[in-house]
Design a binder for this molecule. Structure first.
Ligand SMILES: Cc1ncc(C[n+]2csc(CCOP(=O)(O)OP(=O)(O)O)c2C)c(N)n1
Ligand SMILES: [Mg+2]
Length: 377
């Protein structure tokens, strides 16, 4: 641990005491990029997860869709087509794709945060509906009333994006409770849906997180708490904000399974998610899955991203999950570079189409501003 990791405001004495406290030492190279990178480098090397050609291509396509869709969001935002805060997910795609694509579509449940566009796409919400929502149009998945931070789709079992951090965790817990209650109390043997709740490292320092972990473990609820640890909570370094940066270890306090995983490796995330889903469906309860990842852009499109060190950004950019999967598929002879380029082109066409659709779509009618608030529809 370095003084820089502890933050410049910390006194030398305390910094010294902490650096003598048995925390792992790291090489000069690793110091340049900090503890978060050091954790990634020190992950226990597991056998690379295997994947079939069809699955590999499906995972690749989903991550490329997330990336290209959001690159287009940035362009549209700066052209004044979107309003309010827009938080991009660039860099974290392996988490959304790795977890959601391991689950059963329109059967399992998903709950997100304000960084929700890519989760919605992985859940199968059509790109047209997501882009329309970001433009505030009637054809959006939340009828244009929600915008970027409030994507919702009953059809795709997306329980929502939430602007307040941690707000989605109890909602996800409720969905997990419902599955269990239907099976155990109402006798519906087919009720085996699992819920995935996505949230960030900063969110693990608020009360709802702990309350929900407790209840999920107590009632053995079928839920995955998926922490997307991207090191930053706006401008707050995770290692300065939490007493034990290894979030997955907090699972032990609640008697539940906990696992940390390379969040830049979609196959590793998928394998960890599959283990957790299997436990959840078997009635063995929740898992706390900490994915070590990084966002490639600022906190939101309004953030000039001047705080983070270039060396740190470079370290994580070199581990781009899309390039990594592409290299793996080619190396394993599962796909050719040309096939992957074709997928990129198809995705570009889908993204261009969804923008055209959203631009041409109607605005909600002003006299219908309060429609959909009550259950009349
Ligand atoms: C209850 C609440 N408190 C404060 C905020 C302000 N806020 C917005 S984003 C954020 C940081 C969250 O960081 P993290 O959980 O790591 O998610 P990330 O943005 O990295 O995905 C905070 C504190 C909020 N939205 N909600
Ligand atoms: Mg974060």
């Amino acid at each position: 641990m370095t003084q820089a990791d502890l933050g410049q405001g910390l006194g030398q004495g305390l910094g010294q005491a902490l650096s003598n406290s048995g925390a792992p030492s790291c090489s000069a190279d690793q110091n340049a990029v900090g503890l978060h990178a050091e954790r990634l480098l020190n992950l226990y090397p597991s056998t690379p997860a295997s994947v079939s050609r069809d699955e590999g291509l499906m995972l690749y396509r989903d991550m490329v869709l997330g990336r290209r869709f959001e690159d287009k969001c940035a362009e549209m935002y700066y052209r004044g087509k979107m309003f309010g805060f827009v938080h991009l997910y660039n860099g974290q795609e392996a988490v959304s794709t790795g977890v959601i694509k391991a689950m059963k579509m329109q059967h399992d449940w998903f709950c997100s945060t304000y960084r929700d566009h890519v989760h919605a796409l992985s859940c199968g919400v059509p790109a047209r509906e997501v882009m329309s929502e970001l433009f505030g149009k009637e054809t959006g998945c939340s009828k244009g009333r929600g915008g970027s931070m409030h994507l919702f789709s009953k059809e795709h079992h997306l329980l929502g994006g939430y602007a307040f951090i941690g707000e989605g965790i109890p909602v996800a817990l409720g969905a997990a409770f419902t599955s269990r209650y239907k099976r155990d109390a109402l006798g519906d043997a087919s009720s085996d849906a699992v819920t995935a709740a996505f949230f960030g490292d900063g969110t693990c320092n608020i009360g709802q997180f702990y309350e929900c972990l407790n209840m999920a473990s107590l009632w053995k609820l079928p839920i995955l708490f998926v922490v997307e640890n991207n090191k930053w909570a706006i401008g707050m370094d995770h290692n300065r904000a939490t007493s034990d940066p290894e979030i997955w270890r907090k699972a032990a306090a609640f008697g539940m399974a906990g696992e940390e995983v390379d969040g830049m490796d979609v196959l590793a995330v998928r394998a960890a998610a599959q283990r957790a889903i299997e436990r959840a469906r078997a009635g063995e309860g929740p898992t706390l899955l900490e994915c070590l990842t990084y966002r490639f852009r600022g906190h939101s499109l309004a953030d000039p991203d001047e705080l983070r060190a270039e060396a740190e950004k470079e370290f994580w950019a070199q581990r781009d999950p899309i390039k990594r999967l592409a290299a793996h598929l080619i190396e394993q002879g599962l796909a050719s570079a040309d096939e992957l380029k074709d997928i990129d082109k198809q995705v570009d066409a889908e993204v261009a189409d969804c923008v055209e659709f959203a631009l041409a779509a109607p605005e909600p009618k002003p006299e219908e501003l309060t429609r959909y608030i009550w259950a009349e529809d």
